[in-house]
Design a protein around this ligand. Structure first.
Ligand SMILES: [Zn+2]
Length: 119
């Protein structure tokens, strides 16, 4: 199987180290600080204090993503945790549901969905 066309991330640990270092540098940049001050989560669109937001790579560094402005977004802790469980399509559906709920003037969704109460 010809794999020349693919970025072989397995043997490219230097890519990961380099992009993570770039991400650390970007966190100090005026561009990122301004995004934190705006405080808008990329995924749910809600406003958070700067210390509630994390830096998220749209294409993960481990998948070949780069620490560029186009690939980095502010993300709240809840959305960051959600990303482990939801596909991008499901995240879009969740966001639309949240927006619909707010448009209807309903109470915001509870922090933990009912299926988390497993004890
Ligand atoms: Zn969010």
């Amino acid at each position: 199987m010809a794999s020349d066309d693919w970025i072989d991330i397995r043997k490219n640990e230097s890519h990961i180290a380099r992009e993570r270092a770039k991400a650390r540098e970007l966190k100090k940049s005026a561009w990122w600080q301004a995004l934190l001050q705006k405080g808008i989560c990329h995924y749910c669109g809600q406003k958070f204090p700067p210390d509630e937001l994390t830096m998220d790579h749209l294409v993960p560094v481990a998948r070949g993503g780069k620490s560029t402005r186009g690939n980095i977004v502010p993300c709240c802790r809840a959305c960051n945790a959600d990303k482990k469980y939801y596909t991008p399509a499901e995240l879009i559906m969740k966001r639309l549901e949240n927006e619909a709920a707010r448009a209807d003037g309903e109470k915001p969704a509870p922090e933990k969905p009912p299926e988390f109460s497993d004890n």
